[in-house]
Design a protein around this ligand. Structure first.
Ligand code: ADP
Length: 384
């Protein structure tokens, strides 16, 4: 680590980089890079941590790798960063192979769960560090650090040491340091998981806004589905070293490809049913107890047993019989303020979780109440 008092305004090679060179770099890096990951395999012994992973990322996209612990997210990020080498496959940035390029020459910004700030430097010196390593002159560095602290709303803390800052503030300093060079690619590995929920939610929005401001391509790793839904342009859901589905958040939530994705992202009611007939993308189904309902399906099958997904907030209920509804008994009812969480047992069928907005006009259901529950064809999705 270089002592901050030891300022020379020189790169390690001794050449001074002036403001216009850095600004030129900034202009060129106004938009993020495209990234192509092709058939990437990384093994540890016989174990495939990433198994033929392919992923195309557009310039300036915010992509989240989402999956349970051990699904290969960090391995994929480390391969991109150059901390590990691929067994096979290739990684291209703006069309150029980079998988043989050393980490420090890839020019990516990086943020990790642990803030890894230099404890003996001020906030401002921490953020200045990458510019100093690149040999930026003092005027350029001061200006760029001030701009970046402003973007991250840290200006008033510039002279503090990291130990005087809260966890959330320290992570914002780490993010500021990662973006001070205006990198075309920023990699973030669970950067918010050490923070409490409220702080996490506010920094999620900040990172989203930051992405709009700097335009870098961001690859973000998390195991937290709500974080992924909030922040991403697209989410790549990983399981056992493979990408199971990549799509926009609403598509992942509404039309998950598999039972794994349906269960991992959001809450789900999964119902076994038999297809009776198909009309375009709508199928008519019968559940175990013989109740008939409709669902949306993009699969071509017109017969056979399937599992369908109904999200808890898509289920409607009434005390009176409704069309296409099933009789059920309330087994649990919780008042949560703005919403109600209700569990019902459908007669002869499944247990279902319902979430709905509290309405002044509707009495709160109680355990043992008899209800009629149902949903529209658009609210029910056939899994593959
Ligand atoms: P995630 O980030 O999704 O939690 P990782 O990419 O860290 O998953 O790990 C994927 C799998 O690879 C895990 O089963 C993990 O135990 C294994 N793994 C990761 N790094 C190593 C290593 N250096 N040596 C052996 N196994 C590893």
């Amino acid at each position: 680590m270089t002592d901050s008092s030891n300022w020379r305004g020189e790169s390690q090679a001794g050449a001074t980089v002036n403001a216009s060179q850095i600004d030129q770099f900034q202009r060129h890096s106004g938009i993020g890079s495209s990234i192509t990951i092709r058939d990437v395999v990384k093994t540890y012994g016989n174990f495939r941590a990433t198994d033929q992973v392919s992923l195309d990322i557009e310039p300036g996209e915010f992509i989240t790798l989402l999956g349970p612990s051990g699904s290969g997210k960090t391995t994929l990020l480390n391969l991109l960063a150059g901390f590990q080498r691929l067994d096979s496959g290739e990684i291209l940035v703006d069309g150029q192979r980079i998988d043989q390029v050393p980490t420090h020459k890839r020019g990516f910004g990086m943020v990790f769960q642990s803030y890894a700030l230099f404890p003996n430097m001020t906030v401002s010196q921490n953020v200045a560090f990458p510019l100093r390593m690149a040999g930026a002159d003092r005027a350029t560095t001061d200006r760029r650090v001030a701009e970046t602290l402003e973007i991250m709303r840290l200006s008033e803390h510039a002279q503090k040491s990291p130990s005087q800052m809260s966890g959330g503030q320290q992570q914002r300093v780490a993010i500021a340091r990662a973006i001070v060079m205006r990198p075309k690619v920023v990699l973030m590995d669970e950067p918010l998981s050490a923070l409490d929920r409220r702080l996490r939610e506010s920094i999620q929005i900040e990172i989203r806004d930051l992405h709009q401001t700097i335009g870098s391509t961001i690859l973000f790793v998390t195991h937290d589905q709500s974080e992924a839904l909030t922040m991403s342009d697209r989410i790549a859901v990983m399981d056992a070293g493979k990408i199971i589905q990549i799509a926009r958040p609403a598509e992942i939530y509404r039309h998950p490809k598999t039972q794994f994705v349906a269960s991992f992202v959001g809450e789900s009611n999964l119902i076994d049913a038999e297809i009776l007939q198909r009309s375009g993308n709508t199928v008519t189904l019968k559940n175990r107890a013989g109740y008939v309902f409709q669902a949306e399906s993009r699969d071509a099958a017109s017969a056979g047993r399937v599992t369908v997904l109904v999200r808890p907030e898509r289920i409607t209920f009434s005390n009176d019989p409704m069309a296409n509804a099933m009789p059920a008994t309330v087994t649990s009812a919780l008042f949560l303020g703005e919403t109600l969480r209700i569990e019902v047992q459908v007669d002869g069928g499944d247990r279902l979780l319902i979430r709905c907005t509290d309405l002044a006009s509707r009495p709160l259901p109680a355990v043992g109440d008899r209800l009629h529950v149902g949903w529209g064809a658009d609210d029910c999705w056939v899994l593959t």
